[in-house]
Design a protein around this ligand. Structure first.
Ligand code: NAP
Length: 246
């Protein structure tokens, strides 16, 4: 259980991040729900948590912005006195074939998905080192492991997240901090809702467990990695993909 822990979940206004925020709160953590533009949705997640007797705050921050991340994490430490769990979940897609992808679409995806994780980890690491404890969980994707046509930007960002995770795990292990990545397959969220039925049917055929994942499938894994019981796991990439990328 996570009583007394302070957890920051980026991109927690909907989808996987929302499920993670709810799960961590259910297990007793005080949760900071980060969002970029969806203030109303973030407020609803806070209300859901509070309705179940949990504790939550909402804080806006564009994770692609280094200074904003320093303010986000600095504010959390000032207000709550610690940062015990950092979940870098915020992510975007700007899909397109390599030949047609704009430089902006490449840069924007890298800025949020990869640099965003660096920005918050950079800001949180000093405090976690002081505490001599911490849990960092970064959201990768099976696409970062296998690649995917139409997603060179997204695949690069999610492969990068794995590199950042493994490197930081080696740097921070001696201070009692674990750093792991979760690599979901297809999960039912707004991000995948835009896919055509044909693409979805084809995707399900590639999943041995025969269904898309649910946000809760990912949230349970994140909560385990955030727990005391996962204290001997670091630098790992846990695939939660129904066997898709085996
Ligand atoms: P989603 O439904 O599109 O939600 C994305 C979340 O990220 C929203 O809360 C959004 O908040 C936030 N966000 C976007 N840009 C941000 C920024 N610059 N700063 C702060 N927050 C930002 O996505 P999802 O499907 O839940 O995916 C969550 C994570 O899992 C992502 O990293 C994604 O790449 C990864 N993933 C998803 C799948 C899948 O099948 N769904 C598979 C593998 C990996 P605002 O609306 O406020 O911007």
């Amino acid at each position: 259980m996570l009583e007394g822990k302070t957890a920051v979940v980026t991109g927690a206004s909907r989808g996987i991040g929302r499920a993670i925020a709810l799960e961590l709160a259910e297990q007793g953590a005080q949760v900071i729900i980060n969002y970029n533009g969806s203030c109303e949705n973030a407020g609803k997640v806070k209300q859901e948590i509070e309705a179940k007797g949990g504790k939550a705050e909402t804080i806006p921050c564009n994770v692609g912005d280094f200074e904003q991340c320093a303010e986000l994490i600095g504010g959390v430490i000032k207000t709550f006195g610690s940062i015990d769990i950092l979940v870098n979940n915020a992510g975007i897609t700007r899909d397109g074939l390599l030949m047609k992808m704009s430089e902006k679409d490449f840069d924007d995806v890298l800025a949020v998905n990869l640099k965003g994780a660096f920005n918050t980890m950079r800001a949180a690491a000093r405090q976690m080192i002081k505490q001599r404890s911490g849990r960092i969980i970064n959201m990768s994707s099976v696409v970062g492991i296998c690649g995917n046509a139409g997603q060179v930007n997204y695949a690069a960002s999610k492969a990068g997240v794995i590199g950042v995770t493994k490197s930081a795990a080696k740097e921070l292990a001696s201070r009692g901090i674990t750093v792991n990545a979760v690599a979901p397959g297809f999960v039912e969220t707004e991000m995948t809702a835009v896919l055509s039925d044909k693409v979805k049917e084809e995707a399900v055929r590639q999943i041995p467990l025969g269904r898309f994942g649910k946000p809760e499938d990912i949230a349970k894994t994140v909560a385990f990695l955030a727990s005391e019981e996962a204290g001997y796991i670091t630098g790992q990439v846990i695939q939660v993909d129904g066997g898709m990328a085996v």
